[in-house]
Each structure stands twice: as structure tokens, then as C-alpha cells.
Design a protein around this ligand. Structure first.
Ligand code: SF4
Length: 127
């Protein structure tokens, strides 16, 4: 049987166990190295459906800075991170914006919103 191994570090506690997933034809068939149930569950998720919260910035017009920090309201599939970053690179918002304002609803069909993580007031430009 041709198997493949992938390695992750469990972030469930400060011990940081090295956990190894064994795959056959892309399917997870065994896990080694975890020391507790929490670590086993974390590893299964990480090996089968890894997710991350996306934190980045979008362009903002009319504020004292050019970029507004934003993040997803929940983790999204890791494989969607790059596409979401690309999408957000095209987004421009206009001040004022309040922390928690929804900047993009249901980004790329993930069911997760992107919200502002900072309040930025409107600044009138002096000519
Ligand atoms: S497997 Fe358990 S003991 Fe090891 S790092 Fe994860 S949570 Fe901690």
C-alpha cells in the first residue's frame, strides 16, 4: 500500500506535539503523535478541512489612512484564503467606517462575512 505522511504541530496546548497524518490516495487513514483527544480532533480537522481566520486590509477613501484592517467573522477553508485575499484587494470602501461594519457579506460564498476591525472617521481633504 502506497502511503504518504504529513506532519503538523498541534496548537491545542503549549506542549506542541508533532502529529503525523498517514494518507492513502489522499484519504486520512491514521494519525500518530497526539497525546490527548483534543489533539486528535484538532489533527483530524487540520488534515481533512483546515480553516483559518483571514485578517488583512482593504483600501479606504476619505480617511486619514489608506488602508482599513478587516477580518473574517469566522474561520474559512484554508484553500479559499488566497482567492479571498485577491477579491479583497479589489475592494474600496469610503469613510466613515465603524469597527464591526460588514465590508463584504458572505465572501465568495463561504457563508462568512468580512468586517472592519477599526473605526475610521471621515477626513475632509484640504485643497
Ligand atoms: S496533542 Fe494534546 S498534549 Fe499534544 S499539543 Fe495537542 S493538545 Fe497538547
Amino acid at each position: 500500500m502506497m502511503t504518504e505522511e504529513k506532519e503538523i504541530i498541534c496548537i491545542g496546548c503549549p506542549i506542541g506535539c508533532k502529529v503525523i497524518g498517514i494518507f492513502n490516495a489522499q484519504k486520512l487513514i491514521d494519525i500518530k503523535g497526539y497525546q490527548c483527544e483534543r489533539g486528535r480532533e484538532y489533527a483530524i480537522k487540520e488534515f481533512t478541512n483546515p480553516v483559518r481566520v483571514l485578517s488583512t486590509t482593504v483600501r479606504i477613501e476619505g480617511a486619514m489612512v489608506a488602508l482599513l484592517p478587516v477580518k473574517t467573522t469566522a474561520p474559512i477553508p484554508k484553500e479559499m484564503l488566497f482567492r479571498c485575499m485577491k477579491f479583497l484587494a479589489q475592494v474600496v470602501v469610503y469613510a466613515p467606517v465603524k469597527m464591526g461594519d460588514v465590508i463584504v457579506k458572505d465572501i465568495l460564498g463561504t457563508g462568512v462575512d468580512v468586517v472592519a476591525t477599526r473605526t475610521l472617521e471621515r477626513m475632509e481633504r484640504k485643497i
